[in-house]
Write a protein that binds this ligand. Structure first.
Ligand code: NJP
Length: 242
């Protein structure tokens, strides 16, 4: 496979789906994962229409950590390397006072937003090392650094993600893998609607808006490493420069 091979988690809808489409348009081969097989098939159809290429679809629950290991084994067998990883899948979990959060929701939020990204790194780091220019981008949130009432599990999961990826950035300093965090900011998706049901979604950036920057950070040409990229900041700077 001459094209770069990029794994996108949470590719069934929202930001992950838009990232998968943007990466496919930029001539990457997409490995798309999420639980919804139907939505992944629809994504594959759209990629075929846009590019004439097919994607590799891997329906899986990221809480099934053994399945993440099996995915890495299958990628090794089929492609022999991985050029890019986009750790995008996430859940909001319960929004409300900490004493009302259910133990199940707290565990799921930490599992999907934090632990699954560690399991992905653990499973695919050797494959990223087999690429001449491995790239990894993890989707974070302002909630990682702004700790507001009622966002406890989600904030803790994203703060943990940023801490863990900070360590991974340090660990990959001297190898050809480049690793960054990306904060899309409020974006019109199902997750945002669940968090802010009264908000007018037409006032927010779309998933396509925030996905537009991603192909560059997954490309071999990009040597940015250790950045916490923010869509809002980048857009603000672009507007000021124009
Ligand atoms: O979320 P949503 P967004 N196993 O709910 C997948 C961050 N962010 O696009 O399994 C596997 O539309 C789910 O697939 P499915 C946010 O924290 C957002 O808004 O089929 N996959 C779906 O594809 C997150 O990290 C905003 O249900 C699982 C995807 O995850 C990322 O952006 C602001 C899974 C979620 O799609 C994408 O969020 C911000 C599991 N167990 C950061 N559970 C914002 N939208 O405003 C979920 O700063 N998925």
């Amino acid at each position: 496979m001459d094209r770069r091979i990029v794994l996108v988690t949470g590719a069934s809808r929202g930001i992950g789906r838009a990232i998968a489409l943007a990466l496919a348009r930029a001539d990457n081969h997409i490995i798309a994962t999420a639980r919804s097989e139907k939505a992944l098939t629809a994504l594959d159809d759209e990629i075929k229409t846009l590019t004439g290429q097919t994607a590799t679809l891997v329906p899986l629950d990221l809480r099934d950590f053994a399945a993440v290991d099996r995915l890495a084994g299958a990628l090794l067998e089929r492609f022999g390397r991985l050029d890019g990883l986009v750790g995008n899948a996430g859940v909001l979990g319960n929004i409300g006072p900490l004493e009302t959060v259910s133990p199940q929701s707290f565990a799921e939020t930490l599992d999907v937003n934090l632990t699954a990204n560690w399991r992905l790194i653990r499973a695919v780091h050797p494959l990223l090392r087999m690429s001449p220019a491995g790239r990894a981008l993890f989707i974070t949130s302002g909630a990682a650094v702004r700790h507001r009432a009622y966002w406890g599990p989600y904030s803790a999961s994203k703060a943990g993600l940023e801490a863990m990826i900070g360590c991974y950035i340090d660990e990959t300093e001297n190898v050809p893998i480049r690793v960054n965090l990306y904060d899309p900011g409020p974006t019109a998706t199902d997750m945002r609607h669940k968090a802010m049901p009264g908000e007018d979604a037409s006032t927010l950036p779309t998933p396509e808006d925030v996905a537009g920057l991603v192909p560059y950070y997954l490309s071999a040409e990009c040597d940015v490493h250790g950045a916490r990229l923010s869509y809002r900041e980048i857009s603000r700077r672009a507007a000021a420069d124009s």
